[in-house]
Ligand binder design. Structure first.
Ligand code: KIV
Length: 315
């Protein structure tokens, strides 16, 4: 059996200075590819709400949505560690709800850990989950589930006051037991300060090059989500363009009867074909008399039913 990457392996990567590559995946084929590429950590992010389900934000995503997608990712992930986002509303109302939902996500999806947004405000919840044996990744800076409160997708921690708060947030969730922290959309110098001050890996997204690792949304780095292109995401390939070109060609070939060709078709034995052809006149004849008999039976049934209806109405 292939050995799964654990949170201990992730900590060892950080301690030995090996940058940790993490990417999102939301289904079986993308998880297989990420795993084949040797990506050690796959995130089933609630960004699936936007890039897969077509919502405007991550807010409508439910625990059941996360489990549905996470199950498929776990089946394809092989060695990669699979961390699943706890969606909006699944942990904010208190640690008891959080523990129940995290347990459900872990049990039903088979994932390896969960991720919770929020700094000091989420520390108590993280502590309870970790005490229950559930590995938790934190997430501070721009936390998309609070985007309405933060006033949009803006860089966080730019003022001394906000920066100090973020450092305190990071320390609080590490004390609570988080095994790693995602730093989203914060200045590079601030993420360096945080990275140097905590003993667990920081994983940056729009947080500069000094983090212990990097995470990106798969659809952003492959050019699959064409509605919005974040500044922090480098496009490693224009997969969206490739897919569009392929689909246009498919449509063209169907419409011009180029596809399917002989290569994509199936053939019968010539002898069987000759036999069928020779029987076709007889077959056509008996088929049409069979159809006539069936039609006659249908007619009789309909007549019977309307006769019955008439009796009911008259009585
Ligand atoms: O949901 C997600 O994809 C995330 C990343 C942006 C880190 O949380």
């Amino acid at each position: 059996m292939t050995k799964k990457i654990t949170i201990t392996d992730i900590q060892s990567m950080r301690d030995s200075g090996s940058p940790i590559a993490m990417v999102t995946a939301y289904d079986y084929p993308s998880a297989c590819l990420a795993s084949e590429a040797g990506i050690p950590v796959i995130l089933v992010g609630d960004t699936l709400g936007m890039v897969v389900l077509g919502y405007e934000s991550t807010i409508p995503v439910t625990v059941d949505d996360m489990i549905h997608h996470a199950k498929a990712v776990v089946r394809g992930a092989n060695r990669s560690h699979v961390v699943v986002d706890m969606p909006f509303g699944s942990y904010q109302s208190g640690w008891q709800d959080a523990l129940r939902n995290a347990t459900k996500i872990l049990q039903e999806s088979g994932c390896d850990s969960v991720k919770i947004e929020g700094g000091s405000r989420s520390a108590k919840t993280i502590k309870h989950l970790v005490e229950a044996g559930i590995p938790v990744m934190g997430h501070i800076g721009l936390t998309p589930q609070s985007v309405k409160q933060l006033g949009g997708f803006k860089v966080q921690g730019k003022t001394p006051r906000d920066a100090v708060h973020l450092i305190a947030d990071a320390k609080d969730i590490v004390s609570a037991g988080a095994y790693a922290i995602v730093l989203e959309l914060i200045p590079a110098a601030l993420s360096q300060m945080i990275t140097q001050r905590i003993a667990v890996p920081t994983i940056g997204i729009g947080a500069g090059p000094f983090c212990g690792g990097q995470v990106q949304v798969l659809h952003d780095i492959l050019g699959l989500y064409r509605k919005f292109e974040p500044k922090h995401a480098k496009k490693f390939h224009e997969v969206g363009e490739d897919i569009l070109r392929a689909l246009l060609e498919y449509r063209n070939q169907v419409e011009n009867r180029i596809f399917p060709s002989a290569k994509e078709s199936f053939y019968m034995d010539d002898h069987a074909l000759d036999l069928i052809r020779s029987q076709l006149p007889v077959l056509d004849d008996s088929l049409s008399s069979a159809a006539r008999i069936l039609a006659e039976q249908d007619y009789q049934l309909i007549a019977k039913a309307s006769e019955h209806e008439k009796t009911v109405v008259d009585s």
